[in-house]
Design a protein around this ligand. Structure first.
Ligand SMILES: Cc1ncc(C[n+]2csc(CCOP(=O)(O)OP(=O)(O)O)c2C)c(N)n1
Length: 370
């Protein structure tokens, strides 16, 4: 095919005349903008060091990721066995993010999670059978069986529901952060969304106003490479999500979402800053969605090389290996913890399976208002 040479009929530019489209950038403005670029990227660092860490915290994180994985495994098999009403939105390979985040939070902090944050829910005290019951439409679910997914809240656990319209939890978290500041309460709101959700207006409006008002909020983006079937390259041209923090004049931290300690460190820094009046932070945690968008989705659209590369970075296995190498736990202890978690998940399934379905005469109770 012949290549056509580009010709231009536009008049030559007069470089002495300022453009009418783009006003000249003030020198002091660009200095200000540069000073506002407070971005840390540790996502490619070697795993965060275990040196000098509190062993109780390390074990708590281990227990958290092992339980989250045991729960995920059980849910995948329950889906295949036909136990669930609909599908399951797996948090597989997200365990380190969910657990590292919850470990960095205080009980009084507002938790506005993503639809894959089972690890955080469990760590905050959600009984596993209630989460299972939610996916089964059972009466023991926090909604009493009115929803078949993770779209529930527990006000007593300061956990607020991720509504289906993503990321509608972002403006809610910003409102909570505003309320906390207005009332002088020592509470931080943590809002979590995925890479795809960052393209929506709710994301930008929430982070912008939180930055302008210096609200005690942390905005986490779980970058798992794909939003339903949309790859990162189709989602944004910015290369990373943490860089967006600069536009709102707030700090940003990008971390390895398969390293539970790196996530804990990033979230702790952001939460401590928010709590001490330093305003919001965007935290980007990078992982991979190893299952489909939900279990009914075979995810054939995912590049096998990407899956293979991330398949080597199992957040639970990697952490376990490091703890054993550092002598924090023994191989036997690790095996016992895994087996106990497996039994715990099986026992929860039994409770969920035998729990009654909702009483249809109560269907209007708790809907809108009692
Ligand atoms: C406003 C809105 N548009 C579309 C959907 C359908 N939907 C549900 S999850 C999802 C993809 C979300 O991707 P991302 O935010 O990256 O999170 P991930 O599921 O990858 O963890 C879409 C498009 C929705 N729930 N809400």
């Amino acid at each position: 095919m012949a290549t056509r040479k580009r010709t231009s009929t536009a008049p030559e530019k007069d470089s002495t005349k300022p453009s009418t489209l783009a006003p000249p950038v003030e020198k002091n403005l660009s200095a200000e903008v540069l000073a506002a670029l407070d971005i840390t990227d540790t996502s490619m660092n070697p795993p965060a060091s275990l040196e000098g860490r509190d062993h109780e915290l390390l074990k708590k994180l281990y227990d958290g990721v092992v339980k989250a994985r045991a729960f995920e495994d059980r849910m995948h098999s329950m889906y295949r066995a036909g136990d669930l009403l609909g599908s399951y939105y797996s948090g597989n390979w997200h365990e380190a993010i969910s657990v590292g985040t919850m470990a960095a939070m205080e009980e009084r902090d507002y938790y506005c999670p993503l639809h894959r944050d089972v690890g955080g829910h469990l760590m905050r005290g959600m009984p596993p059978e209630q989460i299972m019951g939610s996916f089964m439409g059972k009466s023991i679910a926090p909604t009493g069986g009115r929803d078949g997914t993770l779209h529930y809240g527990r006000l007593d656990l300061n956990t607020y529901n991720p509504p289906s319209h993503i990321p509608a939890n972002y403006p809610v978290a910003t409102g909570m952060a505003f309320a906390a500041k207005y009332r002088g309460e020592d509470r931080v709101a943590v809002a979590i969304c995925g890479d795809g959700s960052t393209s929506r207006a709710d994301f930008h409006e929430s982070v912008n106003i939180a930055g302008a008002m210096q609200l005690p909020a942390v905005f986490q983006v779980q970058n798992n490479q794909i939003a339903m079937g949309t790859k990162l390259s189709m989602q944004t041209n910015s290369g990373s999500f943490v860089i967006k923090a600069a536009a709102y004049g707030i700090p940003g931290i990008k971390c390895d979402g398969t390293d539970v300690i790196a996530v804990y460190d990033a979230m702790k820094e952001a939460i401590d800053r928010a709590r001490s009046g330093g305003g919001p932070t965007i935290v980007e945690a990078v992982t991979m969605r190893m299952h489909g968008h939900a279990e009914h989705d075979g995810a054939e659209y995912v590049d096998p090389a990407l899956k293979e590369e991330w398949g080597k970075r199992d957040p639970v296995e990697l952490y376990e290996k490091r703890l054993i190498e550092a002598g924090v736990i023994s191989e036997e202890e690790a095996a016992e913890t895994r087996e106990a978690a497996r039994k715990w998940a099986i026992a929860a399934r039994k409770i969920a399976i035998t729990a009654p379905m909702p009483d249809p005469t109560n269907i209007e109770e708790g809907v809108y208002a009692d």
